[in-house]
Every structure is written in structure tokens, then in C-alpha cells.
Design a protein around this ligand. Structure first.
Ligand SMILES: Cc1ncc(COP(=O)(O)O)c(C=O)c1O
Length: 544
């Protein structure tokens, strides 16, 4: 044992530290943790410094600096932990100059390429409050009111989807036996948790068999007489489902990805056929997944038809509404999600269209008893009879993100969210009209909500593109052109759209991808993004 310890490398020679240095370190550390007047004064100064950094960052409308990632990376290769402690002010100055300045301004109105955008101002003071009270939502002993507040917020989102009776919410919202939903750090964890629940529920305890969670997949399949287990959805499913199949032990190959129709919605006949084939092959279907807002193009599956098919087949129906869920706030557009109320589980991301800071997603469960199949207990916490949230959640310790969710539901409110959703969709339609009228561009997919796919067509190919006579090699060259265009635009840092690859008539087509969710983005900003692309395209080789 001792021998092993002596093999550890000596980090530094402590005898080199003088008594004065040790005292300085002690004082420094105590001051960092203290609530004394001295510390309060220092904190105020730092807050002012941070406020000015925030001000500079948010008021710059460009997307980023044009410093290359590799150059930034070279500054961060030294692996030694600093021995000499830095004072807070110098550290933050350094942070501002070397890190914050080169971060992406996701709040920029001309940054319209990803699902992350501007935030309402009140989250900034609230995040200070959240950090100051430092609650841990894993258990009531470290969160108390926030745990109850979280259950309340989840009940509101549950009602938005399922709209059960007031009695239902009276009985279940704060009931230890019920779980209306689970907050997680994002959509990925919410999707994984949904499928964990679906797997355990469908291969659960029966007669002498204690259930898959205890016995594992091979024993469960053997007990129920299945040859394997699968999850079925369209080929547009988010890659978090691949993670889920890996973690649940069924393997990525058991994620059956079905084709989509011309509107990017799952092929329902293929779904029905696949269910029959799985039955014939004795494969257990853990869940059918519907998408409400596919990541790359925002498409929404025919949820009502899927729900009926899943019900008929007696299979768990999960809807991944990480992006599209908040469309439910809109009177005008909520019909697009019809059928979501029949889902056994629904994922909604808070940090997408609920406009919450990064780090919150949620899973809502139709059956308040379902999450019992993933329950874990310990002697020191999450005890069986406790109301601790951590006993039915994939994550352990969790921050009080519910403060953000509750604040937004109260301050933005239902009508505020309706406005945000309607505006995003309206501006997307505006962009689609611009693209149809500009000869430089081709709209690739009619937007269903607020994600839009298009490409730049260099002059040489415009005639062919207009008559639908582009060849495979034409498309390959246009793909290269669009890749280069998106890279150059992104590198210059004035405006931003992202990029994806579609399959059209069996051909891979590189698409530029706009996500219009930032409330600060105006029609003028959309015009500027397109003008920037036209100017950038003019600089690319001779092809344009
Ligand atoms: C449809 C969909 N599902 C799930 C996720 C994963 O969410 P997160 O990145 O919050 O884990 C995303 C993220 O873009 C998404 O678009």
C-alpha cells in the first residue's frame, strides 16, 4: 500500500512555501468564501466588471471574431494547474480578453443558424440568484421549496400537452407517488429517460420475473420470449436515440429508421409494415418515436396517425418535441402537433424555444406512475418514502434550473410564448419568399415551422436548376460551392447560417440551414444574411 503511494509523482515541494505565503493563501481562500464587508465590496466591483463585459459582448452585433479555432486552441495547451492563485479581477480581465471575446454571439440577430439564440434579460440577475442559493434538486434536504416549485412547473407543461382535469393536477402535482415529468439538462437526456421508462415498463416485473431493470436485457427477452428489441422512428430522428439504444443495451442497429415522404414525415405504410415484420420476427418494440420539429428541417411527423398505430400495436409512443413543443402555445399553429396529447411521453427542451439559458430539457409523462420503473433508492438519500426528485431521474445532483422555467412561464406567459412562436414562423415565411424571388438561391424544403433549408446556385447552373436538369456531377460541384460558402461566411463572423446534407432523389444535397427563433431578428437582418451570402459567393472561384 505504502509503496504504491510513494510512486505518485510529487507535484511540488511544499517546503518552498514560506509561512507568509501560507498565510496569504489562507487569507485569500477565506476571503473567497466569506460574507464579510470586505468580500461584499470586492464582489460589487467584480459585478461591475462583469456587467461591462456583458454589455460589450451583447452590444456587438457581429457573430464572432475571425480568429481561427486552431489559433485559440494553441493558447490552451499547458496542463499545469496554476500554483500561484490569481486575484478575481485579473482572472476575469483575462477571461474577457481571451475567451469571451471570441465566443459566439448566439444573441446576434444575424446569427440564424442554430437552435440557440437571445435570452430575456431577467435570466442574468436570476442566474446570480440561482448560484447564490446553490440548491441541489436531487433531494428535498438540499432544495426544499425548489423541489416543490419544480413539480409545479412540470404540471404546467404537462397541462399544456395533455390538458387533463384540474382534479388530476390537484391529486398528482405534489404527490410523492406521481411523476408528471422529469427535468434534465437537455433533450438528449429527456429522450434517453423516456426510452428507459418505455423499456422497463414493457419488460417489467411479471410473475416470478423481477423485471428488466434488475435482471438485464438477455434474461428479460428470454422470459418474455422475444428474439430482440427495437425502437422505430423516421430517419430524421435526433442522434440522441442512437445514444439511447447503446445505453439500453439493444445496440444502434436496433434503431429502425424509416423513410420519410416528400414532406419529410415518416412513411406511415412503412411504419405499419415494420411493426408487422417485427412481430413476425418476434422482436419486441420498445417504442415508436414521433418527431415534432426535426433537427435539420423542423418537419413534424403525423403524430395523430402514429399515436393510433402505436395504440393499436400496444407500443409506447414517444414524441421528441425538443424543438417544436412550444408550438403548442400558438392558437394558429398548434394543430400541427395534433396527436401529441396521445403520446405516452414527450420531450421538450427549455433551452430551445422556451428561451431558457442552456442546460434544461424535460420529459413529460402521460401516466404519472410510469417513472416508478426507473426508481432508485439509497439509505442516505432518495429513500423509498421520500418526495426526493432524484429517485426517478437519470441524473443525480442537479441545479435549480426550475427557477428559470418558472420565471419564464410567469414573466413571458402563454400569450408571450404564442407571440414568439408566431413571429418566428412569420419571419421564416418572409425568408422563404425572399429565397423564391432571388435567382441566386433555391429553396430546398417548404418550411413547416421556423427552420428553412436552401442553397446557393452559382450562375453557371441557374438555367439547369430552373429546368430541373442538374446532373449528379453538377450537384456535387454545387455541394462543394455551398460548403465553401458556409465556411467562409462563418469564418468572417458577420452573419451565420448552419449547414446540413439532405437526400433528394437519391442524391446528397448540401443545404444552408436557417433557424429563425431570435426575437431580435428582423426582416432587415434576414436580408443582410442573404446579401452577405451573395457577396461571399462572388469571392468564390470562377464558378459563380
Ligand atoms: C429534435 C431534437 N431532439 C433532441 C435534441 C437534443 O437536445 P439537447 O441538445 O438539448 O440534448 C435536439 C437538439 O438539437 C433536437 O433538435
Amino acid at each position: 500500500m505504502n509503496e504504491r503511494i510513494t510512486q505518485l509523482p510529487k507535484l511540488r515541494d511544499e517546503s518552498l512555501l514560506s509561512d507568509a505565503s501560507i498565510d496569504r493563501i489562507k487569507n485569500h481562500i477565506f476571503e473567497l468564501f466569506s460574507t464579510s464587508d470586505n468580500t461584499k465590496f470586492a464582489e460589487k466591483e467584480i459585478e461591475e466588471l462583469v456587467s461591462s463585459i456583458i454589455e460589450d459582448f451583447l452590444h456587438d452585433t457581429s457573430v464572432s471574431t475571425n480568429l481561427e479555432l486552431n489559433t485559440i486552441a494553441q493558447q490552451f495547451t499547458n496542463s499545469a494547474i496554476p500554483t500561484v492563485s490569481s486575484d478575481v479581477g485579473s482572472y476575469i480581465d483575462n477571461l474577457a480578453d481571451n475567451v469571451i471575446i471570441h465566443s459566439i454571439r448566439t444573441s446576434s440577430p444575424r446569427y440564424i443558424g442554430h437552435m440557440t439564440s437571445a435570452l430575456p434579460y431577467f435570466f442574468r440577475p436570476l442566474s446570480r440568484l440561482m448560484t447564490a442559493i446553490n440548491q441541489n434538486l436531487v433531494k428535498m434536504e438540499t432544495s426544499k421549496t425548489l423541489g416543490i416549485y419544480e413539480r409545479h412547473a412540470l404540471a404546467m407543461i404537462h397541462k399544456l400537452i395533455y390538458n387533463f382535469s384540474n382534479d388530476f393536477y390537484q391529486i398528482n402535482t405534489q404527490n410523492n407517488e406521481s411523476t408528471l415529468g422529469i427535468i434534465a439538462t437537455g433533450g438528449t437526456l429527456a429522450n434517453i429517460t423516456a426510452l428507459w421508462c418505455a423499456r422497463n415498463y414493457s419488460l417489467g416485473q411479471k410473475e416470478a420475473f423481477t423485471g428488466i431493470e434488475k435482471e438485464g436485457l438477455p434474461v428479460a427477452l428470454n422470459f418474455y420470449g422475444y428474439k430482440g428489441a427495437v425502437i422505430i422512428g423516421s430517419k430524421l430522428m435526433h442522434y440522441s436515440f442512437e445514444k439511447a439504444t447503446g445505453l439500453l443495451g439493444i445496440g444502434e442497429r436496433s434503431l429502425i429508421k424509416l423513410p420519410v415522404d416528400c414532406n419529410s414525415r415518416i412513411d406511415l405504410l412503412a411504419l405499419q409494415r415494420t411493426i408487422s415484420e417485427c412481430r413476425a420476427l418476434n422482436l419486441h418494440i420498445i417504442a415508436i418515436v414521433g418527431i415534432a420539429g426535426a433537427t435539420d428541417r423542423g418537419a413534424i411527423d403525423p403524430l395523430l396517425d402514429m399515436a393510433e398505430i402505436a395504440k393499436e400495436a400496444n407500443v409506447h409512443f414517444h414524441v421528441d418535441a425538443a424543438w417544436g413543443g412550444p408550438v403548442l402555445f400558438s392558437e394558429k399553429h398548434r394543430h400541427k402537433l395534433a396527436g401529441i396529447e396521445m403520446a405516452d411521453s414527450v420531450t421538450i427542451d427549455g433551452h430551445k424555444q422556451l428561451y431558457l439559458p442552456m442546460g434544461i430539457g424535460m420529459l413529460l409523462l402521460r401516466n404519472p406512475q410510469m417513472a416508478k420503473v426507473i426508481e432508485k433508492n439509497a439509505t442516505y438519500t432518495v429513500r423509498k418514502d421520500s418526495i426526493d426528485l432524484g429517485k426517478r431521474s437519470l441524473e443525480g445532483s442537479r441545479p435549480g434550473m426550475v427557477l428559470f422555467l418558472q420565471a419564464a412561464l410567469n414573466i413571458i406567459g402563454h400569450k408571450g410564448y404564442e407571440f414568439l412562436i408566431d413571429e418566428g414562423i412569420r419571419k421564416t415565411q418572409y425568408m422563404a419568399i425572399c429565397l423564391r424571388h432571388k435567382p441566386e438561391f433555391e429553396l430546398l424544403v417548404e418550411p413547416e415551422i421556423n427552420i428553412l433549408l436552401y442553397r446557393y446556385i452559382p450562375k453557371l447552373w441557374r438555367q439547369k436548376a430552373a429546368t430541373g436538369t442538374l446532373t449528379k456531377s453538377d450537384n456535387q460541384l454545387i455541394n462543394q460551392f455551398n460548403e465553401r460558402l458556409q465556411n467562409l461566411q462563418s469564418q468572417a463572423g458577420h452573419t451565420f447560417v448552419s449547414r446540413t446534407t439532405l437526400e433528394i432523389a437519391g442524391m446528397p444535397i448540401v443545404a444552408l440551414r436557417a433557424v429563425i427563433a431570435n426575437p431580435l431578428t428582423t426582416e432587415g437582418d434576414i436580408d443582410s444574411v442573404l446579401e452577405d451570402q451573395i457577396k461571399t459567393a462572388a469571392k468564390i472561384a470562377v464558378l459563380s
